[in-house]
Design a protein around this ligand. Structure first.
Ligand code: IMP
Ligand code: MG
Length: 183
């Protein structure tokens, strides 16, 4: 049987650091939205699912959840810039304060597209919260309101993030061994 852990070169962010930082983000969000009754956390599937679940449990204020899935054309480990909606929201966001919850911002194309698409639906406010940010890879400027961790230009997996749909269930953020990409 294949062992997931054998494919990991190093742990970049362990469970304790993840948990501590997500608790801080939840506190910041709680403070910033303390006068808001209609907060919607918008999870960008699938990568943000663990982060969304964890964050939502730690925000001790009323809010609702909804989900969107987008795919970037092109394959492999980087996105090409062309984005399409695979699954859309069920919620009318015109009376909502929307906080997009994303796993990672790399080139910025996905979030730039999402931001423009959602703004056209006229939410009360729209902000972005990402667990991970790779500033050195940015191709398009996106304003990000909450960032968990800035990370170096390395392909990471775990805690929701995948390579070829695998490794999402690792409870930490890890760097894959080069050999895995060559298979
Ligand atoms: P962007 O459009 O280039 O900003 O890419 C955003 C999407 O690419 C993320 O939502 C992830 O799905 C994927 N992605 C970018 N970097 C990584 C990584 O290091 N590991 C796993 N997925 C990544
Ligand atoms: Mg993603």
């Amino acid at each position: 049987m294949r062992d997931l852990y054998d494919d990991i070169a190093s742990v970049l962010i362990d469970e304790d650091r993840l948990q501590a930082r997500i608790q801080e983000l939840a506190q910041e969000i709680e403070d910033d939205y303390q006068d808001v009754d209609n907060l919607l956390l918008l999870c960008v599937l699938k990568g943000a699912i663990m982060f969304l679940g964890n964050l939502s449990l730690l925000i001790k204020r009323p809010h609702v959840l909804d989900f969107m899935a987008v795919s970037s054309y092109g394959s492999g480990t980087s996105s090409s810039g062309a984005v399409k909606i695979v699954l859309d929201l069920k919620t009318d966001i015109s009376d909502k304060h929307v906080l997009i919850v994303e796993d990672i911002i790399d080139s910025g194309h996905t979030l730039d597209y999402l931001r423009r698409t959602l703004l056209a639906r006229k939410p009360e406010t729209l902000r972005i919260c990402t667990l991970l940010n790779k500033p050195s890879r940015r191709e398009i400027d996106v304003q990000v309101d909450y960032i968990g961790f800035d990370i170096p230009d390395k392909f990471v997996v775990g805690y929701g993030l995948d390579f070829d749909e695998q490794y999402r269930n690792l409870p930490f953020i890890g760097v894959l061994k080069d050999a895995v990409f060559m298979n």
